[in-house]
Design a protein around this ligand. Structure first.
Ligand SMILES: C[S@@+](CC[C@H](N)C(=O)[O-])C[C@H]1O[C@@H](n2cnc3c(N)ncnc32)[C@H](O)[C@@H]1O
Length: 183
């Protein structure tokens, strides 16, 4: 990613967003996925959104993002504003509000609470395309709230051949990669 691309995409964040350790791995993963539809849950300061938007520019994808905090939307570049939703990640009406029926690349970085993670998985993983990726932040530091519900979901849904791995050497917080393989 060109640094000026990241600067442009995070200009509205007013330095709330830095080019930190997670930015490049997420950009690379999204770019290599060749996704068409990217959904982010947990916009926050917009750092991860910028990574995803930069990848989307390279591969011709569309990014949608949502956050409970109404201020998160203010931190995004203008081009993202109409694809940003002030909403709970597990609101059953959110995919329809986004106009999304299938997702190629899902990034989740929200409350890291087990019941909420379970609700997010129940809503969004059925929409993940076969071959698609779901990427989770903080899998190493929030095992109980993030990683355990993912492992439980996989165990309850053996109809797909899930591939679950921690991105090796990415950073200390953990970046978990879940791929939905063919039935
Ligand atoms: C760790 S921050 C996200 C950081 C962001 N990915 C970034 O790079 O700046 C977590 C965000 O999740 C949001 N959040 C927490 N629970 C949520 C939920 N159920 N639905 C949507 N957003 C939620 C919070 O408002 C907060 O902005």
């Amino acid at each position: 990613m060109k640094p000026e691309t990241f600067e442009r995409l995070t200009a509205a964040s007013r330095h709330g967003c830095k080019f930190h350790a997670e930015v490049l791995p997420l950009y690379n993963l999204a770019r290599e996925s060749g996704a068409k539809v990217i959904v982010e849950l947990g916009t926050g300061h917009g750092c991860s959104t910028a990574s995803l938007c930069a990848a989307a520019e390279d591969i011709g994808a569309t990014v949608y993002s949502a956050d409970l905090n109404p201020k998160s939307g203010d931190r995004l570049p203008d081009e993202m504003k109409e694809r940003w939703f002030n909403s709970s990640s597990w609101d059953p009406s959110l995919p329809e509000k986004m106009g999304v029926t299938e997702v190629d690349f899902l990034f989740i970085d929200t409350s890291h609470k087990a019941p909420e993670t379970a609700s997010e998985l129940a809503l969004w993983l059925p929409l993940l395309k076969v071959g698609g990726w779901a990427v989770f932040h903080d899998t190493l530091i929030c095992r109980d709230g993030v990683t355990v519900p993912i492992e439980q979901y996989i165990a309850r849904h053996p109809e797909f051949d899930w591939q679950w791995q921690e991105q090796v050497g990415s950073h200390k917080f953990g970046l978990g990669l879940l791929r939905k393989l063919a039935k």
